[in-house]
Design a protein. Structure first.
Length: 141
C-alpha cells in the first residue's frame, strides 16, 4: 500500500516537472536566438526576446532605462556597426523558477569584437505574458 501511494505521488509530480523542463527549454531557445541575432548585427531581432512595453526595465552602468524602444535606441547608439556588436556568447549559470509565470536567469556574456572584446555578467527576469516568455527586466554589468 505504501509503495502504491508513493508511486502515485511520483506520477502526479511528473507533469509539473515536464512542464518546467519545457519552459526552461523555451527560455534557452530565446537566449540562443538572441545570440544569433546580436551576432548578425540584428538588434531588432535581439530585442524580440524582450517585453515590448514601456515598463521593460534595463539596468546597466548605474543607470535604469525604461521601455522597449528606449532600450533598442540605446543599443543602436552603443553598438552602431557589426564591429561593435561582434559575436555574442552566453554562459548560463542558473535558470530558476520564481513562480508559475516567472524565471530568473543568471549568467555571463562574452562579446568577441573588432573594436575590442567585452564580457560581463547579467541577471534577467523572464515572465510569461499572454502565453509567451519575455524578458521584463535585465541587469547587465
Amino acid at each position: 500500500m505504501k509503495i502504491t501511494f508513493s508511486l502515485l505521488l511520483l506520477i502526479l509530480a511528473l507533469p509539473p516537472l515536464h512542464a518546467q523542463e519545457e519552459e526552461v527549454k523555451t527560455i534557452r531557445k530565446i537566449l540562443q536566438e538572441q545570440q544569433e541575432a546580436w551576432s548578425d548585427h540584428d538588434l531588432e531581432g535581439f530585442m524580440q526576446g524582450y517585453w515590448k512595453s514601456d515598463s521593460l526595465t534595463y539596468f546597466s552602468g548605474g543607470q535604469t532605462t525604461k521601455g522597449w524602444q528606449t532600450t533598442l535606441d540605446n543599443y543602436k547608439k552603443g553598438y552602431p556597426t557589426p564591429a561593435h556588436t561582434g559575436t555574442l556568447n552566453f554562459r548560463i549559470a542558473e535558470i530558476t523558477k520564481i513562480n508559475d509565470d516567472a524565471y530568473y536567469v543568471m549568467g555571463e556574456y562574452f562579446l568577441t569584437r573588432e573594436v575590442g572584446d567585452s564580457k560581463g555578467t547579467f541577471m534577467i527576469i523572464f515572465k510569461r505574458i499572454k502565453g509567451e516568455w519575455k524578458i521584463v527586466a535585465d541587469s547587465s554589468c
